[in-house]
Design a protein around this ligand. Structure first.
Ligand SMILES: *Cc1c(COP(=O)(O)O)cnc(C)c1O
Length: 242
C-alpha cells in the first residue's frame, strides 16, 4: 500500500544507501592510496541516537555491523530487531560496571575495555551458550584527561590479562584521537596506536583488529593501518543530541 510513511522511509532508505556507497568508495580509494586491499577494512555503522528505521535502511543496503554507545538504547535496538537478522552489534561507548551485564548479554563486540575489573565482569557475565565476547582494549592515545582508555604504557599488560579471561576473545585495540583538521595531524596519534598494536602482536598476542577512524578521519586511519572504521555522521547524518 502507498502511504506517506512508506514514502518517507523510501527517501531515508535511498539516502542511507547512497551514503553507504559513498563511504565504501572512500574506503576503496584510501585503501588503494595506501597499497592495501579494501577487503581488509571493515565498516562499522554507528547508529547511536538514530531510529531503528535507519538501521533497517542500512541493513537493506547490505550493512550488517552496527555500533551503539549507550547501553539501554543499544539493548532496545537489539531486542527490537531480533536475533535472526544477521546483525553484529558492537558496543563502543563508555562502559560502567553496573551496565556490564547488559552488554555481555546482548552485544557481540565491545571496543571500550580499559581496565581489568570491567573485563573480568564481562567474562563472568557472558552467557555460556554464546560465543566469546569479542574485545578491543581502548587506549587513550592522545592523553586527554577527559577521555576513557588505558594509557599506552598499560596496554600490553591489560591485553595479556584480557587474553586469559575464558569468555572473552581479545581482538585488538581501539582509540578515539583528539580531533584535528589536517591529515598529517590526524595521522600522528593513529600511527602511535598502530605502533602499539604492532608491539603487542610482537609480544605474542594474536591481535587482528585496529579499530580507529571516524567520518572525518577515515582516510588518515586507513593510511595508518585501521582494519575497522566506525562511521556515524557520514552514513546517518548529523546527530541532534550529540
Ligand atoms: C559517535 C562515534 C563514532 C562515529 O563518529 P562520526 O564522527 O559520527 O562518524 C565512532 N566511534 C565512537 C566511539 C563514537 O562514539
Amino acid at each position: 500500500m502507498y502511504t506517506r510513511a512508506g514514502e518517507k522511509f523510501q527517501k531515508i532508505m535511498s539516502a542511507i544507501a547512497d551514503n553507504l556507497q559513498a563511504i565504501r568508495d572512500r574506503i576503496a580509494r584510501a585503501a588503494n592510496a595506501a597499497g592495501r586491499e579494501d577487503s581488509g577494512i571493515r565498516l562499522l555503522a554507528v547508529s547511536k541516537t538514530k531510529p531503528l528505521s535507519d538501521i533497517e535502511a542500512a541493513l537493506a543496503a547490505g550493512q550488517t555491523a552496527f555500533g551503539e554507545n549507550y547501553v539501554q538504547e543499544g539493548v532496545e535496538k537489539c531486542l527490537a530487531l531480533g536475533v535472526d537478522r544477521g546483525v553484529e552489534w558492537h558496543f563502543i561507548g563508555p562502559l560502567q560496571s553496573n551496565k556490564s551485564r547488559s552488554v555481555a548479554e546482548h552485544f557481540d563486540w565491545v571496543h571500550t575495555v580499559d581496565r581489568l575489573k570491567i573485563a573480568e565482569r564481562l567474562s563472568t557475565q557472558r552467557p555460556a551458550h554464546f560465543p566469546p565476547l569479542q574485545v578491543c582494549v581502548q587506549v587513550n592515545i592522545s592523553g586527554e584527561a577527559s577521555k576513557s582508555g588505558c594509557t599506552p604504557a598499560e596496554a600490553l599488560v591489560l591485553c595479556q590479562q584480557v587474553s586469559q579471561l575464558p569468555r572473552l576473545q581479545l581482538r585488538g585495540l581501539m582509540a578515539i584521537p583528539e580531533p584535528a583538521d589536517d591529515i598529517a595531524q590526524q595521522r600522528e596519534p593513529l600511527r602511535r596506536l598502530r605502533v602499539l598494536f604492532d608491539e603487542i602482536r610482537a609480544a605474542g598476542l594474536p591481535l587482528d583488529t585496529l579499530s580507529m577512524g571516524m567520518s572525518h578521519d577515515l582516510e588518515a586511519a586507513i593510511a595508518e593501518g585501521a582494519t575497522l572504521i566506525r562511521i556515524g555522521t557520514a552514513i546517518f547524518g548529523e546527530r541532534n543530541n550529540a
